[in-house]
Design a protein around this ligand. Sequence first.
Ligand SMILES: NC(=O)c1ccc[n+]([C@@H]2O[C@H](COP(=O)([O-])OP(=O)(O)OC[C@H]3O[C@@H](n4cnc5c(N)ncnc54)[C@H](OP(=O)(O)O)[C@@H]3O)[C@@H](O)[C@H]2O)c1
Length: 348
Amino acid sequence: MPRPVLKEVSVPRAGGYQSLTFRRRSVAPPRPSDVVVQTEAIGVNYADCVVRMGLYASAKKYVGWPITPGFEFAGRVIEVGSAVESVSVGDRVFGVTRFGAYSTHVTVPEAYVRPLPDELTVTEAAAFPTVHLTAWFALRELVRLRSGQRVLIHSAAGGVGSAAVQIARRAGCEVTGVVGSTHKVAHVEALGADHVIDKSNGALWNQVETCAPNGYQVVLDANGIATLDESYRHLAPGGRLVVYGFHSMLPRGTGRPSWPKLAWDYLRTPRFSPLNMTTENRSVLAFNLSFLFSERELLAEALSELTGWLRDGSLRAPAITTLPLDAVQEAHRRLETGQTVGKLVLIP
Ligand SMILES: NC(=O)c1ccc[n+]([C@@H]2O[C@H](COP(=O)([O-])OP(=O)(O)OC[C@H]3O[C@@H](n4cnc5c(N)ncnc54)[C@H](OP(=O)(O)O)[C@@H]3O)[C@@H](O)[C@H]2O)c1
């Protein structure tokens, strides 16, 4: 039997949008524990853009060049390895992969796929895992939220931000979402945030202080240099700053990083002192999930809790904008303008 042929995005080396090229090759036969999925939808994450720019540490560590970006997908199982038990050919599934999802076919160990939940369409399911696992890890694993605590979430209308707003609200916290453009405000209000600050419309930190004069128990910050210092300063005693990205160092819509800006921002990034943190009673926590793929128990626990929240109605499906897989360059350009709301999904 001839093997199926896949079409995938291939980035031969670090670059702008033009470095998102396509190639075709045969789908390799699955190993005993592998599942082959024909994708129907592929989630796009800001991290994919960082991979393309050549600045994503785990992409360099685990793959190198060329690389096919993409952490998440949904579709139909077309082949399973001899030891696979939890899914069968024909099942509709969604899943995660450490790179390689920008493709018509994805092969992953069975632990990385789950049956498509009734509550999600195939496009919503493809957009679900990465951002919800990220927000879950920040707010359930690193931070123990208590009802009534104040939580500040930067980039609250984006993929991770939208997930985090909902998770903090369902825990009974008072949530302040920060957005960079006025058209995002209604989206964050609809997610249930108690306060939404449009930083394009006035001094960010004055508004933050008005919402929480005594500071925040938790701040989620993936901006990096633009806000890290002030995010830390606005923690209440016992407060925790969770750092999981540095997007303000990166270009907005030009596709290529400025090396002098990167170097300057790197040098200016605050270094937090454990001596000061102890006396100030404030902590800084940081993580990157792409280094944690081997933590399968954690993944299973997170996905079963998150899908449970979908079932009981306390978590909503992500807001989606779809584009064809062939428009992957446009998807990256749009995400890097910083103007998107919710998630972008590619349709093969
Ligand atoms: N550590 C991890 O494991 C992990 C996992 C997933 C994602 N992340 C990080 O979490 C952040 C959010 O990811 P996402 O996929 O959900 O993206 P997203 O929030 O949907 O989009 C990025 C948002 O960041 C803001 N932004 C600020 N400066 C920007 C710039 N120079 N270029 C583009 N956007 C800029 C914009 O929102 P505003 O202007 O409204 O702030 C923009 O909408 C990213 O930094 C990503 O790398 C980390």
